[in-house]
Design a binder for this molecule. Structure first.
Ligand SMILES: [Zn+2]
Length: 268
């Protein structure tokens, strides 16, 4: 039991305790416990085994499942987990036909209450057209799924660069201190790529050094913050002159620069 617990990294934010659970090859699920009422959610369910083991180690009882998008590596554990008890499954009403059966379909752009906590549902099409992310303004946390990663963003499997940029811009407008829990440990390759389009960014170099040390020590790079991503994520840095110039598009709109950075990452 002690061993299982020692692999669980916990972040505290207000009444919430948030634990990252590595799943499959490089996915993260997040267990979120509201200490004020005992609600326990998992954000995305790549598989049930690792999540069940973490619940057991923590002594937590699952009450809710939040889904960001329909890809198998985010929903494959849902059916098994929902069989553990009376569990609410929350996902986008707009993409419900591709998701496991929802007990609470939420509208992108709207808000709902999870116990006492307000949850804003951001519409972030691009990676998939129905992708949503969950923002809890109080205490200031964001579950960004496959939209925003540490120094990266999701591939455009279904939506356009324009759509993805719209969603990312909305996330970039959140307070800098917002703590961001993302869907994949892609940070090492994201860091390598970031240096190619933003080579003169001192904050990026500092962060890459830190990330390499963390990963070499067997640690995880989640969570990040909006402020750190604005300073070092080459996709959010599409607003900077440095990145625009580096990709040969000085004076272009950020949306155009973003599309070019995304294209280069796809070909890298
Ligand atoms: Zn995905």
């Amino acid at each position: 039991m002690a061993n299982a617990l020692s692999t669980l990294e916990t972040t505290e934010a207000g009444a919430l305790k948030i634990v990252s659970v590595p799943c499959l090859k490089d996915n993260f699920a997040y267990l979120v416990r509201d200490e004020s009422n005992g609600n326990v959610a998992v954000v995305d369910a790549p598989e049930s085994e690792a999540i069940e083991a973490a619940l057991q180690a923590l002594g937590w009882t699952l009450t809710h499942i939040f889904i960001t998008h329909h890809h198998n590596d985010h929903i494959d554990g849902v059916e098994r987990l929902r069989s553990l008890g009376n569990i609410s499954v929350i996902g986008s009403a707009a993409d419900a036909t591709r998701l496991p059966i929802l007990t609470q379909a939420v509208m992108p752009g709207e808000s709902f209450r999870w116990g006492g906590i307000e949850v804003d549902v951001f519409d972030t099409p691009g990676h998939t057209v129905g992708h949503i992310v969950y923002h809890m303004p109080e205490p200031g946390v964001l579950f960004s799924g496959d939209t925003l990663f540490a120094m990266g963003c999701g591939r455009l499997f279904e939506g356009t660069a324009q759509q993805m940029w719209g969603g990312l811009s909305a996330l970039a407008a959140l307070p800098d201190e917002t703590v961001v829990f993302f869907g994949h440990e892609y940070t090492a390759t994201n860091a390598d790529f970031a240096l190619t389009v933003d080579p003169n960014n001192a904050a990026l170099h500092d962060r890459v050094r830190e990330v390499i040390a963390t990963l070499q020590a067997g640690g995880r790079t989640t969570p990040t913050t909006i402020g750190l991503e604005k300073a070092t994520n080459p996709f959010l840095r599409a607003v900077s002159e440095d990145v625009a110039r580096e990709v040969g598009l000085p004076d272009a709109d950020p949306e155009i620069v973003f599309a070019e950075v995304r294209r280069r990452k796809d070909n890298s």
